[in-house]
Design a protein around this ligand. Structure first.
Ligand SMILES: NC(=O)c1ccc[n+]([C@@H]2O[C@H](COP(=O)([O-])OP(=O)(O)OC[C@H]3O[C@@H](n4cnc5c(N)ncnc54)[C@H](O)[C@@H]3O)[C@@H](O)[C@H]2O)c1
Length: 263
């Protein structure tokens, strides 16, 4: 097992990616505190996973973009299962709205949740880890959107580009303390893996499939397995990395023909 005797705080624990990360971390031997804005859903997810891993799952609820809630995630986690030495930031919001229509409120909410929320849990745990000499590991869930613009995604892409940047800076600042900070940039992750285009699907899904060399959408578990690697000592010399887990969509103009066909 990769994560025996470790404790993880997983934010967005009620979400599709956060829950899968919690599940894989548990399978790899860690204890997991799941945190989320949605108290009901995170309690239910924790109860379901806790039935499989008794005594190893706890939960907490709050708004991670608020400093007092982010701090409480950490203190409650410590009270319930001990000071976490892994942080997976898998919370987030992803509204889609053209620039000409976006309101300042929507703009700010995306940056508050995705960027400030990520910074706050990193900062709170980094302070505790430095004091307690814990060589922790942070995994931030970024997005392929950080480097690949799309219509309606100015605030979302901007927020995820910021997550990439703060991952780099935190890796520089925390590396001397033995703390590693990495990010995962997922491609399209749905609840169910889709392998074939169809008229019943949203055009976004069909177009994504066309541009995915591996030929399917991602599973939350594709991201969770990468997170387990980044949390473990197997990646002991990896910090400041943005790991693209996209089925290859990030590589370029993946569905273009070869240029020798140009005459
Ligand atoms: N699903 C994808 O295709 C995809 C692709 C790239 C990146 N991502 C990123 O992965 C992360 C998780 O996405 P997902 O698909 O699991 O989405 P999801 O909506 O299933 O889960 C996100 C979770 O974050 C929680 N959350 C939202 N605001 C919060 C706040 N202020 N405080 C605490 N928790 C809050 C939600 O309640 C939800 O449970 C997000 O950061 C998202 O941007 C997702």
């Amino acid at each position: 097992m990769l994560l025996e005797n470790r404790t993880a705080l997983v934010t967005g624990g009620a979400g599709r990616i956060g829950r899968a990360i919690a599940d894989v971390f548990l399978r790899e031997g860690a204890a997991v505190v799941m945190a989320d804005l949605d108290g009901k859903r995170v309690a239910k997810a924790a109860a379901e996973l806790g039935a499989e891993y008794p005594g190893k799952v706890a939960w907490t609820a709050g708004d991670q973009s608020k400093p007092e809630d982010a701090a409480r995630f950490v203190t409650e986690a410590e009270e319930k299962l001990g000071l976490p030495d892994i942080l997976a930031n898998a919370h987030g919001i992803f509204p889609n709205c053209p620039l000409v229509d976006v309101t300042v409120e929507e703009w700010d909410s995306v940056f508050n949740v995705n960027v400030r929320g990520t910074m706050l849990t990193c900062q709170t745990l980094a302070r505790r880890w430095i004091d307690a000499r814990v060589k922790g590991a942070i995994i931030n869930i970024s997005s392929g959107a950080a480097k690949s613009g799309r219509p309606g995604g100015a605030h979302y892409s901007g927020s995820k580009a910021a997550v990439d940047a703060l991952t780099h800076v935190f890796a520089i600042e925390l590396g001397p303390h033995g703390i590693r900070v990495n990010a995962i940039a997922p491609g399209l992750i749905l609840d169910n893996v889709i392998t074939e285009e169809s008229d019943d699907l949203h055009p976004y899904v069909n177009l994504t499939l066309k541009g995915t060399p591996i030929g399917r959408t991602g599973s939350p578990y594709d991201i969770a397995e990468a997170a387990a690697f980044l949390a473990s000592e197997r990646s002991g010399w990896t910090t400041g990395a943005i790991l693209e887990v996209t089925g290859g969509t990030h590589t370029g103009r993946t569905h273009m023909p070869t240029t020798r066909q140009l005459r």
